[in-house]
Design a protein around this ligand. Sequence first.
Ligand SMILES: *Cc1c(COP(=O)(O)O)cnc(C)c1O
Length: 388
Amino acid sequence: MKKIQMVDLKGQYEKIKESVNSSILKVLDSTAFVNGPEVHQFQKELEAYLGVKHVIPCANGTDALQIAMMGLGLKPGDEVITADFTFAATVEVIALLQLTPVLVDVYPDTFNINTDAIRKAITPKTKAIIPVHLFGQCANMEEILAIANEHNLFIIEDNAQAIGANYTFKNGTTKKAGTMGHVGATSFFPSKNLGCYGDGGAIFTNDDEVAHLIRGIVNHGMYERYYHDVVGVNSRLDAIQAAVLRAKLPNLNAYNKARQEASQKYTTAFQNCKHIETPKVVTNKRCHQEAGICSTCDCHVFHQYTLKIINGKRDALAKHLAELQIPHGVYYPIPLHSQKAYKDSRYNEADFPVTNQLVKEVISLPMHTELDEEQIRFIANTIIEFLK
Ligand SMILES: *Cc1c(COP(=O)(O)O)cnc(C)c1O
């Protein structure tokens, strides 16, 4: 059996080595290392893939979120609602801009932001909602868009984990994750579904004015050389990363498909284990409702394959897997509202029953494009045996 990795970047690279290497060499020859034609081409190709009017590349996903909020003109004191169960970057940049993060609970089945909790958290100061499409599945955008519409709020999609995922609305229309709100933000960190070989990120929007503003913000607030109209940042995608991304973008659908297939194999293997809840795919696409797993559409692109261990043995299982050198992760072990940096006296433990429970139950298994059947069976059998 091949050595099991949490994310097998090496195995994936071996298969695209020639095209990645030649793309990188071309950049070296051009010496256009920052911005330039390679970054511009990638931008155009990603716009076409996503069906979005504007892609603005930047240095990483955290910057993308920050710049999105700057581009929408959010001001200190504005309240921004986001999920309690996510990676800290989402809330970090809200706080950094001196906006007020308002964390709310998530759903127990999809791990995504709970829309009733969003409604309850809205005050006259609320200016934006940041749904995080966690682990590769879109948040309940139908409802979130309706709430935003009703209350005149911005939506910034944190799409760091769901690039390439589709969302189907009740009327049957489908859109790509990250293109439904006012602005979307993504990360090209190497382990993400579309990862480069360093840091990278991008902002998406269909709004011409916001796009223009953001193009200046990423470049020191310049719209004309050496005229600084707004306070900006320096956040650029370098051309070598763009070259890697251009080589990988044509494979993104196949990569996501490979992740879905791996997830189906896991879920089938765990079917009869009563101590485990396998990830749930929730979609308006009726054909997949009952199966629980989406086999023909990309409504969940499985950035992570996350189980809930419901017999209280999650930590013991993690220890057992570590002893056997089976990689795994607990995303995320601490609710954001309990983190020192984001504690706030307004929060009440009773408002976070789901997140408080999830942090004790979740465990993510190896998930990447190179997993094979033998590895999946070995991982699943080890877990099932242990939990018996
Ligand atoms: C990875 C990630 C980010 C941050 O992306 P970086 O490129 O690492 O800055 C933000 N939000 C979520 C949900 C992520 O998973």
